[in-house]
Design a protein around this ligand. Structure first.
Ligand code: KMT
Ligand code: NI
Length: 180
């Protein structure tokens, strides 16, 4: 999965926003932030994914189709919501089946955005407590499997003074060795 520092140039969120020259971010750097990435070929993915799900205790999954056709009336609102910086109290686990998009994750303590370009076959885990956002790219569609440990809890907590002291946020910072 390709990742690079976001250029912070205002404009269409669907564009790559990759600086020239690019500033790539290695998988190891992402892993130090608790962001784990794998490649699992889409052909015959079920068996491999079952293994990971068993290992990590993911008991449930569903698929999400982020596209105008897939979402209907709620499309615009969803797209806006996904791109608002937020955190969750659970991991955000995605396996990309088709299409593409960008997961932006905040590096701490620099507060820089790192853009992760997700494509079919990419498996991605965002840890609980990390600030992040998502956007479609110019292709305007992505289909992904969402995995979860128990009940789906997709509550996005928009970044605020309150989330800065949320237990899961504080636990995340401790886990990556940043802050108090
Ligand atoms: C999320 O929670 O931001 C999403 O599910 C985005 C779409 S998954 C490719
Ligand atoms: Ni999220």
């Amino acid at each position: 999965m390709r990742a690079y520092y976001f250029d912070n140039v205002p404009g269409d969120q669907r564009l790559a926003h990759e600086p020239v020259p690019s500033r790539p971010v290695a998988p190891d750097t992402l892993a130090q932030m608790g962001v784990l990435t794998w490649q699992i070929p889409v052909a015959g993915y079920e068996e491999k994914l079952d293994g990971i799900a068993r290992e990590r205790g993911y008991k449930n999954s569903d698929t999400i189709d982020v596209s105008r056709e897939g979402m209907g009336e709620v499309y615009e609102a969803k797209i806006k919501g996904f791109f608002q910086e937020h955190m969750h109290e659970d991991e955000e686990i995605r396996y990309i089946l088709s299409g593409s998009g960008f997961f932006d994750v905040r590096e701490t303590p620099s507060d820089a955005w790192i853009r992760v370009a997700a494509e079919p076959g990419d498996f991605l885990i965002l840890p609980a407590g990390i600030y992040h956002r998502f956007t479609l790219d110019e292709r305007d569609n992505i289909k992904a499997l969402r995995l979860f440990q128990d009940e789906p809890k997709w509550i996005p907590h928009a970044r605020s003074a309150a989330t800065d002291v949320n237990n899961h946020r504080v636990g995340y910072l401790r886990a990556i060795g940043v802050g108090a």
